[in-house]
Write a protein that binds this ligand. Sequence first.
Ligand SMILES: C[S@@+](CC[C@H](N)C(=O)[O-])C[C@H]1O[C@@H](n2cnc3c(N)ncnc32)[C@H](O)[C@@H]1O
Length: 261
Amino acid sequence: MSGFDTRWLDLREVADHAARDRGLRQRVTDHVMAVGEDATVVDLGAGTGSTLRALLPEAQHWRWKLVDNDANLLAEAGSRHGLSGRVECVEAHLDDISVDTFDGSRLVTASALFDLVSEDFLAGLVAQLVQADVSLYAALNYDGICHWDDPHPMDEEVVAAFNTHQQSDKGFGPALGPAATPSLRKLLEGQSFHVAMAPSPWRLDPSHAELQRQFVSGMATAAAETGLVSKMDVNDWQSARLERAENSSCFVGHWDLFAFR
Ligand SMILES: C[S@@+](CC[C@H](N)C(=O)[O-])C[C@H]1O[C@@H](n2cnc3c(N)ncnc32)[C@H](O)[C@@H]1O
């Protein structure tokens, strides 16, 4: 178990797919298709396979290696893709993967992953990408910006506390949180990659009420854990936000990034 359950990943997948930057996605699929239909793509922190689904229909022609340390999520990914013989599920901790994982692949992908990792992890990964001569598509990393159309007096404080929590250890050392994509860009450019970035925010409306509720509850728990806001203030904020979820709209900023040499 990684702490990411299928229900949460399913809930966010709709918003994630709508949020991905279309132009960048097209550049990524063109880049993979340029080497023919049997290109290999490695998806890190694959979960239930959301990235593969986001890159359909083109992705059905590629060979996929889905890497995750959560056996349950990988089993779910394996049962969902319907691409017989083209998908290998690899159960591994990302700290333990070697450059061989990327051997012969055209692209490495990761979505909603790099805001969980440390700068050291990214530096190691970029070194492996250079060694394997492979490109990178990193989608949907949180950028620290979150606001609602119907402001609440505690929004700013809660979001600031949440952003601090985003930098705590998520299994890879101190996490980059909102700094992930700018840091990744710097590391990649330092190794002569061409890097393109585009915003990919969630724009949640009342049709995403359940996602809004789960997101608000997760944010409240994380914010309270920092001790930067009082438990009582966070509880009041959470109750108000949960009540409004059917009527409010919420913006959650992310970055997509594509890097190639
Ligand atoms: C936020 S989820 C994103 C899942 C998927 N990429 C998506 O967009 O739906 C993060 C994923 O990273 C995986 N993960 C977290 N830490 C990991 C680690 N140390 N090694 C391998 N996978 C890890 C989790 O199991 C989870 O599937």
